[in-house]
Ligand binder design. Structure first.
Ligand code: MLT
Ligand code: MN
Ligand code: ZN
Length: 306
């Protein structure tokens, strides 16, 4: 199984169009040792060479497809290697790319929870709008840990686990999160039995998720913010990381403490990185701290083979 990181940044991307924070200005002017990053998405391939699952449909999907020619195998006049789309939530940065796939010659096969489906039908009715184009073929994701498969993506088994986070800001129940608003995915290679756990939005650690993280060969987890008050400190927002469903890396109970407790052989990767996060600067003290702890920072094009 191959996991290809198509987009490693959080909503807004890096640089963000209207942002002049130290990181965004630095990447724009080439004065910071870093790389630009697109918004949050993976592609996953099993034993069939031309069939990939898209995990989240980023607003940057068209640029991501151009950057990864293997996703266009050109077997017919209209073709794609995307066999199905799995959504971890209904957030704008994970779903807007569905609009860019509206020319599909068949309804888009989409896996998401009932909660995400409701939000994408009412609060942000993407699914209704797509009904006027290719339509979608919805596959309901259960958060009970039931195994599912994405048709065409051979040799890969999937499970979704509810995570404590937040539904999208447009959701009618933004203030009252429900299990199923956000999921983590356990993506396993059937032959090797090795699994990756992907959780780009993770507001708090819960027992079921923690158990699954300890069993994974690789974790790709919420790397949005270094500190809880990151956006407040920069004068960019009044909200803490935890208020918007993201566990910060530093501080008591932060992501670094959890990653420290994983089995020694676990590959640890931070993903869905906000443009304000100092870990994007490869010369920062925070990045050095990650290196010391054996934690990687995802980048667009990163490949993980399991
Ligand atoms: C999030 O991860 O909290 C959201 O994607 C933020 C956003 O929609 O910009
Ligand atoms: Mn996001
Ligand atoms: Zn910025």
């Amino acid at each position: 199984m191959i996991i290809r990181v198509l987009g490693s940044a959080a909503g807004g991307g890096f640089p963000q169009w209207n942002c002049n924070c130290r990181n965004c200005a630095g990447v724009r002017h080439g004065t910071l040792r870093t790389r630009a990053r697109t918004q949050s998405s993976l592609a996953v391939r099993g034993s069939a060479p031309h069939d990939w699952a898209l995990v989240n449909a980023s607003p940057d999907i068209l640029a991501q497809l151009q950057a990864h020619p293997e996703l266009q195998p050109a077997r017919a006049a209209r073709d794609t290697a995307i066999a199905g789309i799995v959504l971890v939530d209904g957030q704008v940065d994970h779903t807007t790319g569905l609009y860019m796939l509206r020319e599909s010659v068949r309804p888009l096969p989409v896996w998401c929870t009932a909660q995400a489906h409701a939000d994408l039908t009412r609060g942000n009715p993407i699914f209704g709008v797509l009904g006027h184009y290719c339509g979608i073929e919805w596959h309901a994701l259960s958060v009970d840990g039931d195994e599912f498969t994405v048709a065409g993506v051979a040799g890969v088994s999937w499970r979704a686990l509810a995570v404590a986070s937040k539904p999208a800001p447009y959701s009618p129940h933004r203030a009252a999160p429900q299990p199923g608003d956000n999921v983590a995915l356990v993506i396993a290679d059937r032959a090797s039995g090795r699994a990756a756990l992907y959780a780009p939005g993770l507001g708090a650690m819960e027992e079921g998720l923690w158990q699954a993280m300890q069993r994974a060969a690789c974790v790709l987890v919420d790397g949005t913010f270094w500190s809880d008050e990151e956006m407040i400190g920069l004068g960019l927002s009044k909200k803490r990381a935890r208020d918007i469903g993201h566990l910060p890396q530093s501080g008591r109970g932060g992501m670094l403490e959890w990653l420290e407790r994983l089995p020694a052989g676990t590959r640890r990767v931070l993903i869905h990185i906000n443009n304000t996060n100092p870990i994007l600067d490869e010369d920062s003290a925070e990045r050095a701290e990650l290196t010391r702890r054996g934690i990687e920072v995802a980048w667009d094009g990163m490949e993980i083979e399991l």
